[in-house]
Design a binder for this molecule. Structure first.
Ligand code: ARG
Length: 457
């Protein structure tokens, strides 16, 4: 029979027991559950609610259970329903009476909210560490290939040449924002529900500030109803995971494109590629595709919890038990994706020649030629039209702007002088974009150093 079975005559049947159990999902919260119980018991003793010897016995018993779970010798039983019952039940079997006093002034409602917040804080911190490792890999490639030029795209059409390092740093910028969002999710979880009890507080003289402090929370949550019913911190965590997964899906989409024969911009290492069971020549970017694909499930986790919370009345409802599956999945998935992406990026080969060859196609100097005329006083719209004519000329001749003669330029506008030829090469085009945040080497060098300085040391 369950720990709550006093007012019941019959037990639940095997199916409903399994249906109602959260143990398969929440057993991974064992360390948080034990930490919460130790803090609660110590506070009960300090407040004179239970005897000091009972608190000692509870602490020793819980430490023994923790050691057994970590050694893999603890046998979880689905009949225990959830991690709270499993640990409390075993504690009472081990230490008797004292164990049965642990739940004084506490409910599973504040208990589960406490465990889940401790877990969310831990996972947000883990993800921040993994986020930094991926940023380091991107920064490493940016440094190793600092001067490599590739075509920058808009509409997936060649637009203007950019430094490969600049392109990598755009992803670093996304990941820095993700790091900030993870920190915000950690902060949202950083308040203690413990002592809210079932929903209304308790009649015991609990010191909620003491348990909050013992568990490393910034403060106790001020409203007991809010304490047991709030899961916004999980939404924040899954949202942070979702946005970061979207960023990884964009990165991986580019890695998939870049590793195709059409681009050939990068070669993924063998350890981040797979072969085909039928086509012997194949080398597929499976892992980049998987990261791209997993982002869908993580966004699904966010929507799922939002829908679970929609219209839920105060305070605790069993619906809330559905909160942990998506949150653990989102955090696990993003962590794995960070690790995989970091390895993939760190080990990929950048094919500078292939990037350069593409950057030479598609009249990437066109904007610079128009700027050349505009700087000589021609209104930019007029200059745009003149260069449009030059591009048409190249199109008919099947050549690039670089292949035109000065006479060809001057036939379109007498403002052209010999120095126009200097703004046509890729290095000059890149180097000229010196606005703050632009792709000029000087700017990118500054941004690269700044990105390195923002890595936590
Ligand atoms: N297993 C539950 C959950 O994850 C714990 C809280 C249950 N509380 C209750 N009154 N049934 O939400």
């Amino acid at each position: 029979m369950a720990l709550w079975s006093g007012r019941f005559v019959e037990g639940v049947d095997a199916f409903t027991q399994r249906f109602g159990a959260s143990l398969p999902v929440d057993q991974r919260l064992y360390a948080q559950d034990i930490a919460g119980s130790k803090a609660h018991a110590a506070m009960l003793a300090a407040q004179g609610v239970i005897a000091a010897e009972d608190a000692e016995a509870i602490k020793a018993g819980l430490d023994g259970i923790l050691a057994d779970i970590e050694a893999g010798t603890f046998v979880f039983d689905i009949n225990d329903e959830d991690i709270h019952m499993a640990i409390e039940g075993e504690l009472t079997r081990r230490i008797g009476e004292a164990g049965a006093r642990l739940h004084t002034g506490r409910s599973r409602n504040d208990q589960v909210a406490t465990d889940t917040r401790l877990y969310a804080k831990q996972r947000a911190a883990d993800l921040m560490t993994a986020n930094v490792a991926l940023r380091e890999a991107l920064i490493g490639q940016a440094e190793a290939n600092f001067e490599v030029i590739l075509p920058g795209y808009t509409h997936l059409q060649h637009a203007q040449p950019v430094l490969f390092s600049h392109h990598m740093l755009a992803y670093v910028a996304m990941l820095e924002r993700d790091y900030t969002r993870l920190q915000a999710a950690l902060d949202a979880a950083d308040a203690s529900p413990l002592g809210a009890a079932a929903l209304a507080g308790t009649t015991y003289p609990l010191d909620r500030f003491a348990t909050a402090e013992a568990l490393g929370f910034a403060a106790p949550i001020a409203n007991s109803l809010d304490a047991v019913s709030d899961r916004d911190f999980l939404l924040d965590l899954i949202y942070a995971c979702s946005v970061s997964c979207l960023h990884l899906s964009r990165l991986c989409e580019e890695l998939v494109l870049w590793s195709s024969s059409e681009f050939g911009f990068i070669t993924l290492s063998d350890s981040y590629s797979t072969g085909s069971s039928i086509m012997p020549q194949k080398k597929n970017p499976d892992f980049a595709e998987l990261i791209r694909g997993k982002s869908g499930r993580v966004v699904g986790d966010l929507v799922a919890l939002m829908m679970t919370l929609k219209s839920l009345p105060l305070a605790y409802n069993k619906d809330l038990q559905e909160d942990k599956q998506g949150a653990t999945d989102a955090a696990d998935t993003l962590e794995d994706c960070y690790v995989c992406a970091a390895g993939m990026v760190a080990t990929m080969t950048v094919n500078a020649e292939a990037m350069r060859a593409q950057a030479k196609k598609g009249y990437l100097a066109a904007t610079d030629v128009a700027d050349y005329l505009a700087k000589k006083g021609l209104p930019f719209r007029r200059a745009h039209e003149v260069v449009g004519h030059l591009v048409l000329l190249c199109d008919t001749r099947g050549c690039d702007l670089e292949d035109l003669t000065l006479a060809d330029f001057q036939a379109e506008s007498e403002l052209f002088e010999a120095d126009v030829m200097e703004c046509l090469n890729l290095e000059a085009i890149v180097a000229a974009r010196t606005t703050y945040g632009g792709t000029a080497h000087t700017q990118v060098r500054t941004q690269l150093e700044a990105a390195k300085n923002r890595l936590p040391h």
